[in-house]
Design a protein around this ligand. Structure first.
Ligand code: C5P
Length: 404
């Protein structure tokens, strides 16, 4: 996807500039052409010689350089690229971009360009969360500037929080996605995904059933988000009030056994996300409506265990999907339960969410989740279910692209 793409890389003055040599190396490995503009601040962290050697091109630094202007005017420099990437993007360069300042070569090129722009912000957590930076970010986003990162973690300044520049693979993935989208493709184009969603209904008799409070909102949103990234999605859904998502093949089922069968029929798939709240037991159902006889004892229900769809789809074998994701809805010991569920069911990731009364998760529009993987636990902020789904789909795309 990056073969022969021309990337104008603007390196501004943040400590994360030390990651730029590796970024250039990885971009060139993928066949991209990289040309650098180095700001005065950026040159405090990385030398023009390093950037020039790695990019195999001249490094541009000076707006008023006679030779540069004669060889390649700053306007041409900004136009002879498929995308401009600002990495790291400091709070200062973001502010200048937002207000349209052009007081050096980097900002002049950014103002003069007619090409797409992506930024990888990098700064202290307080600078990142400052209303001024957030307002600038919003302005830039409204102008279609693409943003990758920042992520949370230890910052060079010694503080901890959001502000670390996205890691090199994340930036590469964001660029790849940008070009795929531009070419009318998604990062999951050509891949098949199977998603389960909603509750199951287990009949007691022809008119009664056992169910749970799952609304299907999260599972349906995951199916839609995967389809938006280009996957060919089959959604196997229990009874819900949710509309079938656009561009998704939907199989409607009622019981866990039907869900299991529909899932088996939807295979093979590279990606599986089991978001359904599958009933653990089915009832040995009566053929006719159970009558309430006056004075008779209440009927007892004969329960038998349902198939575990997630565990079945995670079984090792040549046709096992590349990535199987389960959900863990718990009311206590959330993370420990999710970790043990991941091991017990042999799935790759578990999305853990607290469904205690009062969280409003069941049926609500928001969700607070923790992503449990082999690498550890990542706690996400409270997000709308749609945003949880988009973030999960992005993570899936990044994972799949690395493992394909
Ligand atoms: O065991 P528990 O129901 O808590 O596990 C939740 C996860 O397992 C969810 O991803 C759910 O979709 C999946 N599951 C399943 N089949 C079952 C039970 C749970 O796929 N019978």
């Amino acid at each position: 996807m990056l073969e022969n793409r021309r990337i104008l890389l603007i390196v501004s003055g943040g400590i994360a500039a030390v990651k730029v040599p590796d970024l250039i190396r990885r971009l060139r490995e993928r066949g991209a052409h990289v040309r650098c503009i180095l700001t005065k601040g950026g040159a405090q962290f990385v030398t023009p010689l390093t950037l020039g050697s790695l990019s195999g091109d001249k490094v541009y630094q000076d707006l008023f350089s006679l030779t540069d202007e004669a060889e390649m005017g700053h306007i041409r420099l900004s136009r002879e690229a498929d995308i401009i990437l600002v990495a790291p993007a400091t709070a200062d360069i973001m502010a200048k971009m937002a207000s349209g300042q052009a007081d050096d070569l980097a900002t002049t090129a950014l103002l003069a360009t007619d090409k797409p722009v992506m930024i990888a912000p990098s700064m202290n957590v307080m600078m990142w969360t400052h209303p001024a930076t957030q307002a600038n970010l919003l302005t830039l986003k409204n102008r279609e500037v693409k943003v990758v990162g920042p992520s949370a973690g230890d910052l060079a300044c010694g503080e901890v929080g959001n502000g670390r520049m996205a890691e090199v693979p994340e930036i590469i993935a964001a660029l790849t996605r940008f070009f795929q989208k531009n070419d009318g493709q998604g990062p999951l184009t050509g891949l098949r995904a199977l998603v389960t969603s909603g509750p199951t209904h287990e009949p007691i008799d022809p008119v009664r059933y056992i169910a749970n409070r799952s609304s299907g909102k999260q599972g349906h949103a995951v199916a839609a988000a995967l389809a938006e990234l280009g996957a060919q999605v089959t959604l196997v859904s229990g009874p819900t009030n949710e509309a079938d998502p656009d561009g998704v093949k939907v199989t409607h089922v009622e019981t866990a056994k039907q869900m299991m069968k529909a899932c088996s029929e939807a295979l093979p798939a590279e990606i599986v996300v089991c978001a359904a709240a599958v009933a653990d037991w089915s009832v040995e159902g009566a053929k006719q409506k159970i009558k309430k006889e006056k004075g008779a004892a209440a009927p007892s229900l004969n329960l038998s265990e349902n198939p575990d769809i997630l565990a079945t789809l995670s079984l090792p074998g040549p046709t096992r999907p590349m990535l199987v994701v389960g959900f863990a809805a718990e009311t206590q010991n959330l993370i420990e339960s999710a970790q043990s569920k991941r091991a017990k069911k042999n799935c790759d990731w578990v999305v853990a969410n607290d469904v205690s009364p009062g969280t409003g998760t069941f049926g609500g529009d928001s969700n607070t989740v923790h992503l449990v993987t082999a690498d550890g636990v990542e706690s996400w902020p409270t997000l709308r279910k749609r945003a949880v789904a988009e973030r999960l789909a992005e993570r899936i795309a990044t994972y799949v692209q690395r493992h394909i």
